[in-house]
Design a protein around this ligand. Structure first.
Ligand code: PLP
Length: 497
C-alpha cells in the first residue's frame, strides 16, 4: 500500500517518500512524517535467520513505497557492504546483563554511518525517479561527526557533490584529520574562521538565497541536505532495532513475544525516535529510556512536560549530544498531540519566541513509554572505568551516558526487562576522553595517536581502519575561509561564476 508523507505543520500537500527525501524539510518549515506508521508484515519469529540487509529491505519497503524492490535492494547492497568491518553490520555485545548494540562498525566509526551510508543512494535514486537531472550538491555544517560520515557516504557517488564546513579550531585533532584527508573528487572540506554556529548560519543563509538557487539551476545544480531531519536518515535507523530484537530471539535471549527495553544516548532525538517508530511498527519494545548528558533539556522535559532551552550550553565529553534544540522531538510531539498540526505549530512558535513550551497533560500521558535519565561527566567517566575494570569492555563517552542512564533506571524501577543499549560511537573516536576516564594520570601526557595504540593494547581490539588510514593519509583539503566568504567558496568549487 502506498505511503505518503505529510508535514507536522500541516501546510504542505502530501508527497511521496522519494520527494520527501529530496526536499529534506517540508516547505512550511515542518518535518515530514508518514501519514501512518506501517506495520511489519513479518513477525519477529519469521525474520529469524535473516541478514541485516534482508531485514533492512523488510523495513524500508514499508516506509519507502515508491521505491521499487530492485531500487531498494540496490541501495541496501551498496550501503551495507565491506565498508563495515563486520558482516553482521550491527553486532550485539553482551556486557553484564545488558546488550550493547554496536552501531559504529561503518566507515567513520560512529552511528551516523548507519543512515549516511545509504542516504546518498536514496537521493540519487529519488532524483532519477523524479526526473531531476541537476547534480545534487550537499551542503553541511558540522561540529565533527556528521561531516565525516556524510563525506564518506557521498564520496564518488555519481551525480552528487558534497561541501562540508567546520569550525577550524573547534573540532578534535582526530576529527579534523578524518575530514581533511577525505578522498573523492566530488568532495570539498572547508575550515572557517568562526564557531559551529557561524558555520551553521552560513550554510542556512546559502540555502535561503533565492538568487543563488536560480543561478545554480542554470548551471545544473541543486542543493540538498544530509541533516538528521531528513526521513532518508530516519528510516534506516528503524532497521537496527528490529534487527536487534530478531537476533536476541535467535540466540534465545528473548522468548517469543517477550519485550525488550532500549536505552538511547540522545541529542537531536533522531535515533530514539527511530526506536519508537520500530515499536509502533510492531517490534516488541517496552520502554524507551532517553539518556542525556549535562545538557539535560530532554530529561527535564520527560519529568515535567516543559521543554525549556533557556539554559547555558555545556561543553561535555559527549559532544554529539551537546544540543539544546532536539529537532526530531517535533515528530514525537505531533504524534502525541494526536497528529494535530495546529498544536504542533503553537508549540514550535513558542519555542522560537520564548525558547520553551509546555505540553498538555493528555500529551504527557501518551509519552508513558518514554522516560528520561541523565549522567553527569563524572558519572559517565565512572561507568567507562568501572565497566572496563569489571569486564574488559571499553565503551565511548556517548554510550557511557546511556549505560549510566540504564543503571539509574534499573535501580529506580527494578525493571528486569532485557535491555538493548544503543552504542553510538567507537571508543577510538573519543580516545582522549575514554583513556582519561580509565586512568587520567597515566595517559594525560600522550598524543591522540599514541593514545590510540594504548587503547588497542588495553582493549585487545584492533585499531579500526578509519583511524589507521588517517595516520599517514595525505591532507587533501586545505581551504580555510572567512564566514562571509562561504558562498564564494561554494561557487568556486562548483565552477559557477
Ligand atoms: C549524533 C550522535 C548522537 C545523538 O543522536 P541523535 O539521533 O541526534 O539523538 C549520539 N552519539 C553519537 C556518537 C552521535 O554521533
Amino acid at each position: 500500500m502506498e505511503l505518503l508523507y505529510k508535514s507536522t505543520r500541516g501546510n504542505q500537500t502530501k508527497v511521496t517518500a522519494s520527494e520527501a527525501i529530496l526536499q529534506g524539510l517540508a516547505q512550511d518549515g515542518g518535518l515530514f512524517v508518514p501519514e501512518r506508521i506501517p506495520r511489519l508484515s513479518l513477525s519477529m519469529e519469521q525474520m529469524k535467520g535473516m541478514s541485516y540487509q534482508e531485514i533492512a529491505y523488510e523495513v524500508m519497503r514499508l516506509f519507502l513505497t515508491d521505491f521499487t524492490e530492485e531500487e531498494l535492494k540496490d541501495c541496501i547492497a551498496k550501503a551495507y557492504d565491506d565498508k563495515f568491518d563486520t558482516e553482521t553490520i550491527a553486532p550485539l555485545a553482551k556486557v553484564d546483563d545488558a546488550f550493547f548494540l554496536e552501531l559504529f562498525h561503518g566507515a567513520t566509526i560512529a552511528f551516523k554511518d548507519m543512515a549516511l551510508s545509504i542516504l546518498p543512494h536514496f537521493m540519487t535514486t529519488a532524483a532519477k525517479k523524479n526526473q531531476i537531472r541537476d547534480e545534487i550538491v550537499i551542503l553541511t555544517a558540522t561540529s565533527g561527526d556528521t561531516g565525516k560520515a556524510a563525506l564518506a557516504g557521498f564520496a564518488d557517488v555519481p551525480g552528487t557533490k558534497i561541501i562540508v564546513f567546520y569550525p577550524k579550531d573547534g573540532v578534535s585533532p582526530i576529527q579534523e584529520k578524518q575530514m581533511v584527508t577525505q578522498k573523492g573528487d566530488n568532495t570539498m572540506v572547508v575550515g572557517i574562521h568562526g564557531n559551529f554556529d557561524d558555520a551553521q548560519s552560513g550554510v542556512k543563509a546559502i540555502f535561503g538565497d533565492k538568487e543563488l538557487e536560480v543561478q545554480l539551476k542554470e548551471s545544473g545544480f541543486r542543493f540538498s541536505s544530509a541533516n538528521s531531519i531528513n526521513i532518508g536518515r530516519l528510516v534506516p535507523q528503524i532497521v537496527y532495532y528490529v534487527y536487534a530484537c530478531v537476533k536476541l530471539l535467535e540466540n534465545g535471549e528473548l522468548k517469543p513475544g517477550e519485550q525488550m527495553n532500549v536505552v538511547v544516548p540522545t541529542g537531536n532525538f533522531g535515533n530514539i525516535l527511530a526506536a519508537y517508530y520500530a515499536k509502533l511498527a510492531g517490534t516488541p519494545i517496552g520502554r524507551l529510556v532517553c539518556a542525556s548528558n549535562d545538557n539535560k533539556v530532554l530529561y527535564d522535559f520527560f519529568q515535567t512536560g516543559e521543554y525549556d532551552r533557556n539554559r547555558p550550553f555545556i561543553l561535555t565529553t559527549s559532544p554529539s549530544m551537546d544540543i539544546l534544540i532536539s529537532s526530531n522531538l517535533e515528530r514525537l510531539l505531533y504524534l502525541t498531540a494526536g497528529e494535530d498540526a495546529a498544536k504542533d505549530v503553537e508549540l514550535m512558535e513558542a519555542l522560537t519566541k520564548n525558547g520553551k513550551y509546555r505540553i498538555t497533560e493528555n500529551m504527557k500521558e501518551r509519552l508513558k513509554d518514554f522516560c528520561g535519565y541523565y549522567a553527569t561527566e563524572e558519572e559517565a567517566a565512572a561507568v567507562i572505568a568501572g565497566t572496563y575494570k569489571d569486564t574488559g569492555y571499553v565503551m565511548d563517552t556517548h554510550t557511557a551516558v546511556a549505560a549510566c542512564a540504564y543503571k539509574k533506571y534499573v535501580s529506580d524501577t527494578k525493571d528486569k526487562t532485557k535491555t538493548v543499549i544503543a552504542s553510538t560511537a567507537s571508543p577510538y573516536k573519543f580516545t582522549r576522553s575514554v583513556m582519561d576516564a580509565i586512568d587520567a594520570a597515566k595517559y594525560g601526557e600522550l598524543s591522540d595517536f599514541e593514545l590510540v595504540d594504548e587503547l588497542s593494547e588495553l582493549s585487545g581490539i584492533k585499531v579500526p581502519k578509519a583511524i589507521e588510514e588517517i595516520r599517514t593519509a595525505p591532507v587533501r583539503h586545505k581551504t580555510v575561509c572567512e564566514v562571509q566568504d562561504m558562498k564564494k567558496t561554494v561557487l568556486a568549487f562548483l565552477g559557477v561564476e
